[in-house]
Design a protein around this ligand. Sequence first.
Ligand SMILES: NC(=O)c1ccc[n+]([C@@H]2O[C@H](COP(=O)([O-])OP(=O)(O)OC[C@H]3O[C@@H](n4cnc5c(N)ncnc54)[C@H](O)[C@@H]3O)[C@@H](O)[C@H]2O)c1
Ligand SMILES: [Fe+2]
Length: 385
Amino acid sequence: MPAAFQAPAVVLTGAGASLELPAQVKRLGATVLLVTDRYFASNGLADRFVQALAREGIATTIFSDVQPDPTVRNADDGLRVLRACGAEIVVALGGGSPIDAAKAIAVLATNPGPLSDYAGYHRIPARGVPVIAVPTTAGTGSEVSKVTVITDTERDVKMMMYDANLLPVAALVDFELTLSMPAPLTAHVGVDTLTHGIEAYVSRKANAMTDPLALSCVRLAARNLYTAWSEPDNRAAREAMAMAACQGGLAFSNSSVCLVHGMSRPIGAVFHVPHGLSNAVLLPAVTAFSITGAPNRYADIARAMGLALPDTPDDAAASALADGLEALNRKLNVPRLRDCPGVDSARFERLLEKMASDALASGSPQNNPVVPTAAQTVELYRQAW
Ligand SMILES: NC(=O)c1ccc[n+]([C@@H]2O[C@H](COP(=O)([O-])OP(=O)(O)OC[C@H]3O[C@@H](n4cnc5c(N)ncnc54)[C@H](O)[C@@H]3O)[C@@H](O)[C@H]2O)c1
Ligand SMILES: [Fe+2]
């Protein structure tokens, strides 16, 4: 089957890319809904953008009721504000949560909804209101992806929606906005990025357009994540991680994420563990489980990460990978699943079967080199415990 590669029409990268926001908005209209979270609404950053837009005659309404792991309610509330202000453009400022919320609000404005009708692949009938994404984490890659993840709190499910109609029209990737990330956030979102590169490369939907982006993402993340974590002001490392996040987003959005992401979402939905952290706790065990399905691909990743030499045979290189990922978690102080905040063992035991079944129902695990049974998925959760 032919492979499609879709990306925002404009991807601006480098220091100061976010200062181009007024110019990018002006190409599309004159009224903006700025979707952000409470942190950026109160620390002055959102106001700085509002003022820059105002200088160009652009009127902006701020919607900042977006929580980490945005909910259906956040999207519905944002839609009401969009309708009330009649904005022609949605600007997303923040990490993956405000960007995902903005993408959901934008498609709810032009489609009947509810959002639960759009969970899964290619289910959104019409393009949304144009979205310009300005990421502040490095990161989810949501600024360039066809994906949004919205939590249905009634069912405790993180709904994954994958549709080209979710693609932002422009992404302004300015690493200077990521310099303020504290160390744990840097680690979590950085391992999310690394996981995007790895999963995009081993996915059954990997293709010639996504492979170079995925490997570059893995290489950049392996070389720079620890430095960005331990030296937060290191501009070169921050810039490299922002590029890795953007490349990883382009790669997985046109290939797919796989089993780590499939299993990670139920942990987020049930225990509210941050997305990158739930990926990190699963990554070593899921990688070890999956290697037999694509040993040459996992070997390429081990080499890109510097865990194996160019001439190391595939089997040896691939088996160095799971150990290397475990060691990276230890360096970044990533805890075991049982030690993550909000996780308790009684609830874990009670909900294991549901988590495994929700993971498999999301569709992502079906792209994994080895597709697990429900019992194997339960066993993998136990290994991460
Ligand atoms: N759509 C996609 O393609 C995609 C891919 C991966 C993950 N996601 C989703 O993205 C969400 C997670 O996004 P995230 O990990 O970027 O974090 P986030 O947006 O949830 O933010 C986490 C916290 O970090 C703070 N923060 C963000 N940037 C900061 C900065 N520069 N300095 C200081 N604090 C900052 C936020 O205010 C918030 O309190 C999850 O819901 C996940 O499911 C989406
Ligand atoms: Fe992710």
